[in-house]
Design a binder for this molecule. Structure first.
Ligand code: NDP
Length: 507
């Protein structure tokens, strides 16, 4: 796989070798070395080979970024521009991302192991469209005039929080950045953002395009470096007003501590999941359901917070659905992420692959049966590949049904009654997403209401689109309403102005 003869892949590799990668923190409108001068190596998950060295920032770099962001917030170079002006710059930025989608997508593929068909055709257009959507919305949102008594006027308006910190994961490096940057910047904040250490390259280039689009210096700052140094420094910084985090529940908890022990900054958390997919006895076409189920768990190698990792299926439908899922796997080839035919690329790192394989071993030891997959493949590539893996005979109290695996591993659990299905679905510490398949309208509405999850897909695996909020219940976090106009409220303060009018005839 590494020495391919495929002319398409060879041409793509030549194209990648011509890309100029950005590897330094972007602070106050400039790329500069990390203050401590340290660097670390970022690797290609599909080959295990180094790509390039990236600057390893520290607390001093976060300080410099926050100082720049604070200055930009206080002098109003961004917040006091009219919403229409901000909109124009952000839309120009989105256009530049679209115009450079191929380059950005290739960067994302080598850095994150994601299939090129996803990064170029999906992630980058979605990144641009997210920024554009929030930009277009921001000059169409009005404040309110309260029904206050005669002789008074009371207005309720939204103001930017000020300096927003953001710490994001490696599974959708560009898109997760856009989910934070779109609403935070559109509403007039300045931002200090830390990408995941393993996937910093695309965001650095996106920041450069932001400057080219006209984002003033200091409005967007990117600090690269390790989570327990740069991430913690953002979480604890006394001059950051709000912090948005996407990642594991464990680190999410830390952000609450950081805020509690520093300046009580607002914390927005979008965390893990163990999302159920319920297939009722009266569900529709089995082939269509199998395609949805496969997409829900195998898309992005299962490295997806809303992955539908528990298939809760009526006993009468299980065998036919399992057969259909296995047939559907023909549409999910695993391989070199640079190959346009690949739908499942490499897991993010050796450590993460070992964790996924350990869960597979745990599932076997717990008594579940591997129907397909279940071992490392393509070892000769040097990369971290695990094929779609399906466990049958899973009980909901097994660890593979309770803990987030974050890999292409599906647990199949049977049920007999509708109530049992809902109880199984809700029997999880998480509550991010869920889907259900039925042809009965009453079942659809009743169960969608009963599920404790922030997003429920009916006869679909869907997170909705940019118009709908995305965020979870329970250990999946709170306040994490990425997307939609609800996201704007997360990055703004509500202000009441109460005006007492002088009585008529007074001088
Ligand atoms: P983390 O939660 O550790 O990482 C997410 C982000 O937080 C990264 O930018 C990371 O930096 C940063 N971070 C790590 N430690 C700290 C800290 N102590 N203080 C502040 N920031 C920190 O996720 P992992 O990458 O380790 O993945 C572990 C598991 O988390 C996955 O297997 C999956 O179960 C879950 N996860 C969930 C995601 C989601 O979308 N909800 C996304 C990613 C992971 P750095 O990259 O430098 O470590």
């Amino acid at each position: 796989m590494t020495d391919t003869l495929d002319p398409t892949i060879d041409a793509t590799k030549a194209e990648i070798s011509r890309i100029r990668l950005r590897t330094q923190p972007f602070i106050d409108g400039q790329f500069r070395d990390a203050i401590g001068g340290r660097r670390y190596v970022t690797e290609n998950p599909a080959t295990g080979q180094p790509i390039i060295e990236v600057a390893e920032g520290g607390a001093a770099d976060v300080d410099a970024a926050v100082t720049a962001a604070r200055r930009a917030a206080d002098d109003g170079r961004w917040s006091r521009r009219s919403p229409g002006d901000r909109k124009r710059i952000l839309i120009r930025w989105a256009d530049l991302i679209d115009g450079n989608a191929r380059e950005l997508g290739l960067i994302e593929t080598i850095d994150a192991g994601k299939p090129v068909i996803d990064t170029v055709d999906l992630d980058m257009p979605e990144t641009a469209s997210c920024i554009r959507w929030h930009a277009e919305a921001v000059d169409k949102l009005y404040g309110q005039v309260a029904p206050s008594p005669e002789g008074t006027v009371a207005t309720i308006t939204q103001e930017p929080c000020g300096v927003v910190g953001a710490v994001i994961p490696w599974n959708y490096p560009a898109q997760m950045a856009a989910w934070k940057l779109g609403p935070a910047l559109a509403t007039g904040n300045t931002v200090v953002i830390k990408p995941a250490s393993m996937t910093s390259l695309s965001l650095l280039r996106i920041a450069e395009l932001g400057a080219q689009a006209g984002l003033p210096d200091g409005v967007l700052n990117v600090v690269t470096g390790p989570g327990d140094v740069v991430g913690e420094a953002i979480g604890r910084h006394p001059d950051i007003d709000c912090v948005a985090f996407t990642g594991s529940t464990e680190v999410g908890r830390r952000f609450l501590t950081y805020a509690a022990e520093s300046n009580l900054k607002r914390v927005l958390l979008e965390l893990g999941g163990k999302s159920p997919q319920i297939v009722f006895g009266d569900a529709g076409d089995v082939g269509r359901i199998a395609a949805n189920v496969a997409e829900a768990i195998f898309w992005n190698m299962g490295e997806n917070c809303s992955a539908g990792s528990r298939l809760i299926v009526h006993r009468s439908r299980k065998e036919s659905l399992l057969e259909a899922i296995q047939a559907e796997l023909a549409n999910w080839p695993v391989g070199d992420p640079l190959d346009p035919g690949t739908r499942i690329g490499a897991l993010i790192s050796r450590g993460h692959m070992e964790r996924v394989l350990e869960y597979i071993a745990i599932g076997r030891a717990e008594g579940a049966r591997v129907v397909t997959g279940g071992r490392r493949i393509l070892e000769e590539s040097g990369g971290w590949f695990v094929p779609p893996t399906v466990f049958d005979g899973v009980r909901n109290d097994m660890r593979i049904a309770r803990e987030e695996i974050f890999g292409p591993v599906l647990s199949v659990i049977e049920f007999d009654t509708d109530d049992e299905a809902v109880a199984l679905a809700n029997d999880t510490p998480y509550g991010l997403a869920a889907s259900l398949y039925t042809q009965n309208l009453n079942t659809a509405h009743r169960v969608a209401r009963d599920l404790k999850a922030g997003v429920v897909g009916v006869n679909a695996y869907s997170e909705g689109d940019m118009t709908t909020p995305f965020g979870g219940y329970k250990l999946s976090g709170f306040g994490g309403h990425d997307k939609s106009v609800l996201a704007h409220g997360q990055y703004t303060e509500t202000k009441t102005i109460w005006i007492q009018l002088e009585p008529a005839g007074q001088p």
